[in-house]
Design a protein around this ligand. Structure first.
Ligand SMILES: Cc1cc2nc3c(=O)[nH]c(=O)nc-3n(C[C@H](O)[C@H](O)[C@H](O)COP(=O)(O)OP(=O)(O)OC[C@H]3O[C@@H](n4cnc5c(N)ncnc54)[C@H](O)[C@@H]3O)c2cc1C
Length: 261
């Protein structure tokens, strides 16, 4: 889907720069003037009339130049995200469990959740004699789990899965690791106060809109995140959507009643 969106964007003369980080956001008189982007080897300054940002809101604030007041920077530093690593394993095995995913609460292992990709769709694992599992660990950037080598993480995942009797280690064929930083906004006791300060400050910039999960510091699903982007684009064209109202019902999408509602 995202590839298709990118394709359409390019067809309409959009300029898409992948693998670049926004390292500085220059502002003056309550307007963003330009951003500095970097792809490790080179830096470049880009100017625009309007800016939509989906990077974590904490990073957005901390990249502003001149820097926001101390209390705003501190509020952004008091907002935390959890990160996520997943060991994707291919095994020669039949169905390890009948569900698409299961949460693991056993205190003797660190696994948080296991995805059973074949159960999402058989198109995800075409070989009938193999399965693919995503062994997910919730962690914090820089902690022990986050810093483990891919090899050690795969070994840990295999050992733990065997311990809770989901697989036999000897069935392992191949694997790789994916790390996602700042995957979950942390709703701790001080986050309402801190996010309010940060968002009120950012509202001063009339040509900047922060969107998405990390950008709104909200536990958004993909559809919510995309909707905030669409609303932001419409707002630039004169609409007045309130992005805070997206995903405001706090409904848990994975929940089902016994009636299947
Ligand atoms: C483990 C997990 C499972 C999920 N499962 C589902 C699911 O089943 N269904 C569902 O609907 N949603 C799911 N979600 C939620 C979904 O992934 C998010 O809602 C969605 O990806 C958020 O999109 P986004 O564009 O706001 O942010 P992201 O996808 O996080 O994109 C933000 C981008 O900003 C980039 N960035 C960060 N800093 C900078 C910088 N300084 N300069 C430039 N770029 C920067 C990042 O590299 C990243 O690419 C899941 C999330 C997680 C973590």
């Amino acid at each position: 889907m995202y590839e298709k969106i990118a394709e359409n964007f390019l067809k309409n003369n959009g300029c898409l720069l992948l693998n670049h980080r926004v390292v500085k956001i220059n502002h003056q008189n309550n307007k963003i003037k330009s951003i500095v982007i970097s792809n490790k080897s080179k830096q470049k300054t880009i100017s625009s009339d309007s800016y939509i940002s989906s990077m974590p809101i904490t990073e957005l604030v901390q990249r502003l130049s001149p820097q926001p007041p101390k209390e705003i920077i501190q509020a952004s530093k008091n907002l935390h995200y959890r990160s996520f690593v997943t060991a994707s394993l291919v095994l020669s095995s039949s169905e390890p469990f009948p569900d698409t995913w299961i949460y693991v609460h056993s205190p003797e292992v660190k696994i948080g959740r296991v995805q059973n990709f074949k159960k999402w769709s058989h198109f995800m694992v075409s070989d009938p004699d193999k399965i693919a599992l995503g062994v997910e660990y919730f962690c914090t950037e820089g902690d022990e789990l986050w810093s483990m080598t891919d090899k050690d993480l795969i070994e840990l995942a295999l050992t733990e899965l065997e311990k809770i009797k989901l697989i036999k280690k000897s069935d392992y064929l191949d694997g790789f690791v994916v790390r996602a930083e700042k995957a979950y906004p942390v709703y701790d006791s001080s986050y309402p106060k801190n996010i309010k300060l940060v968002k009120e400050y950012l509202a001063n910039f009339k040509n900047l809109i922060s969107i998405g999960r990390g950008g709104l510091f909200k536990y958004n699903n993909m559809d919510h995140s995309i909707l905030t982007g669409l609303y932001a684009a419409e707002n630039l064209l004169g609409a007045s959507h309130n992005l805070e109202e997206v995903n405001a019902d706090q409904e848990y999408q994975e929940e089902k009643t016994e009636n299947g509602d």
